[in-house]
Design a protein around this ligand. Structure first.
Ligand code: HOZ
Length: 428
C-alpha cells in the first residue's frame, strides 16, 4: 500500500530532476521518500496523506511567526487584486527599502532581488566592481546560494551529497574563490597576505547554518572586520538565514558587528521569493543605474513579494519581544534535548544561537566544516527518520540548521523532547 507521498514522488521523478526542485528536499542523504506537503498553519505542516508534523525548518528560516500568518496572508490577497507584477516602480518598494534601512544597521541603500542566491551573487559582483579585484574569500561549509563562485567547498546540499567539485564551474571561477576554515582567523590572515591586493571581498554567514548551526568563535567576526579594514577588502555578511531572525537588525545587531554589504533572502519576503543586498552608500552607488556594475530583474520588487515582506517585517519591528520569546523557546528546547541526550549516554553536541539550533552526534566541539563532517551522520539519519515517523519534521540533513518559529508552543517543545527520547533509544 503506497502512501500519497510515495505516489507523488514516483510521479515527480518522471518530470522533475530527482523529483524535487531543490536537492536537499529529496531526502537522498537520509534515505526514504520525501514528504510532500499540502498545507501548513502556525507551527504545523500537513502532508499529502493528512499527517501532521511539528515544523523545525520554517521554510529554511522565513516563517518566524509561523505558517499562514494571517496579516501576511490577508495582505497578499488584497495586493493580488491590483496585479501580480508591473515591471515598473511602485511606492511600496520605497516603503520596503525605508523599513529595511530603519531596522538594519549600516544600510544606506538597498536593492531588492528575488532570492538569496541573487543577493549574494550581486554583492560579490559589486565588491569586485568597487575594488577592481577578482578574488573572494569564503568559508568551508558556508552556502551563499548556487552562483558559480560559491560552489567551492560549500555547505548545505553540497555537503549533504558530498559534492566536492561541481561540473560546469570553470577553473577561472574556482581559482578566484579562496577558502578557509570557519573560525580560523590565522588561516584568513595567511591567505590575505598571500593574495595581497587581489581579494575583493570576504563573505561569511555570521552564524553558520549550512553545516548545522555553528557559532562564530569569540573575536572571529571582529577579526575579519579588522582585516577587511586594513586591506581594503569589502566585508560581506550573508544574513539570508540570520537577517530579521536573530534580531530585528539581524546578526549585525545581535553580535554588534558592522558589515560593508549585507545580503538577505527568503526571510525578507515572509516566505515569498525575495532577496536583497544593501550597505554603505559609497559602495552601493556603483550599482546600475547609478554606476556601471550591472544588476537587474523584472521580478525585483514584485508587489506580492513586497507586501508579504513588508507586512512581516513591520510585525517584527513593532513587536521586538518576539525575539526574546523565540530565544527562550529555543533555550527551553536545548535544555530539554540536553537532558535526554545526556541520559542516553552517547556523544552529542548541541549548538544553539538565538532561534537556530542543531544536534551533531559528535564527541568533540563542532566549530567548522571538518568537525561537522566528522560527526556520526549515519546516526543523524536514523534519528531523523525516527522523529519523522513520530510527527517531528527536522531538516533532512545534519548539514542544516533547525529554525524555530514563534507559533511553537511549550507543549510542542515538550512533545519534541519526549519524542527525541523515544527516537534515541530506537536508533542506538
Ligand atoms: N538551501 C536550503 C537550505 N540551506 C535548502 C533549500 C531547499 O531545499 O528548499
Amino acid at each position: 500500500m503506497y502512501t500519497k507521498s510515495e505516489q507523488l514522488f514516483e510521479r515527480a521523478q518522471q518530470s522533475i530532476p530527482g523529483g524535487v526542485n531543490s536537492p536537499v528536499r529529496a531526502f537522498k542523504s537520509v534515505g526514504g521518500t520525501p514528504v510532500f506537503m499540502k498545507s501548513a498553519k502556525g507551527a504545523y505542516l500537513f502532508d499529502a496523506d493528512g499527517n501532521r508534523y511539528i515544523d523545525y525548518i520554517a521554510s529554511w528560516g522565513p516563517m518566524i511567526l509561523g505558517h499562514a500568518y494571517e496579516p501576511v496572508v490577508k495582505a497578499i490577497q488584497e495586493k493580488a487584486l491590483g496585479s501580480t507584477s508591473f515591471g515598473a516602480p511602485t511606492e511600496l518598494e520605497i516603503e520596503m527599502a525605508e523599513l529595511i534601512i530603519s531596522m538594519v544597521p549600516n544600510v544606506d541603500l538597498v536593492r531588492m532581488v528575488s532570492s538569496g542566491t541573487e543577493a549574494c551573487m550581486s554583492s560579490i559582483r559589486l565588491a569586485r566592481g568597487y575594488t577592481g579585484r577578482n578574488k573572494i574569500l569564503k568559508f568551508e561549509g558556508h552556502y551563499h546560494g548556487h552562483a558559480d563562485s560559491f560552489l567551492v567547498k560549500a555547505g548545505s546540499g553540497l555537503a549533504t551529497f558530498n559534492i566536492q567539485t561541481v561540473p560546469g564551474i570553470t577553473a577561472g571561477v574556482a581559482n578566484d574563490t579562496l577558502t578557509a576554515a570557519y573560525n580560523d582567523l590565522a588561516a584568513v590572515k595567511k591567505i590575505v597576505a598571500e593574495h595581497k591586493d587581489e581579494i575583493a571581498a570576504i563573505i561569511t554567514e555570521p552564524v553558520a547554518g549550512n553545516m548545522g548551526c555553528i557559532l562564530p568563535a569569540p573575536g572571529f567576526l571582529e577579526g575579519l572586520r579588522t582585516i577587511c579594514d586594513e586591506e581594503g577588502i569589502v566585508f560581506i555578511l550573508d544574513e539570508v538565514m540570520t537577517g530579521f531572525r536573530l534580531a530585528a537588525g539581524g546578526a549585525q545587531q545581535k553580535l554588534n558587528i558592522k558589515a560593508d554589504l549585507v545580503t538577505y533572502g527568503k526571510v525578507i519576503g515572509g516566505g515569498m521569493p525575495v532577496g536583497a543586498f544593501g550597505g554603505k552608500r559609497e559602495i552601493m552607488q556603483h550599482i546600475a543605474p547609478l554606476g556601471n556594475v550591472y544588476q537587474a530583474g523584472t521580478l525585483s520588487g514584485n508587489p506580492i513579494a513586497m507586501i508579504a515582506g513588508f507586512t512581516m517585517l513591520t510585525q517584527l519591528k513593532n513587536n521586538p519581544a518576539i525575539y526574546a520569546e523565540l530565544e527562550a523557546k529555543t533555550i527551553y528546547l536545548r535544555n530539554g534535548l540536553d537532558e535526554v541526550l545526556k541520559a542516553w549516554g552517547h556523544p552529542y553536541i548541541i549548538n544553539q544561537f538565538g532561534s537556530m539550533i542543531s544536534i551533531h552526534f559528535s564527541d568533540h566541539a563542532v566549530t567548522d566544516f571538518a568537525t561537522a563532517a566528522a560527526a556520526n551522520n549515519e546516526l543523524f539519519k536514523k534519528y531523523f527518520h525516527a522523529m519523522l515517523k513520530r510527527g517531528i519534521y527536522l531538516p533532512p540533513s545534519a548539514f542544516e540548521s533547525w529554525f524555530l518559529n514563534n507559533a511553537l508552543s511549550y507543549a510542542d517543545l515538550d512533545e519534541t523532547i519526549s519524542k527525541t527520547k523515544e527516537s534515541l533509544y530506537e536508533t542506538a
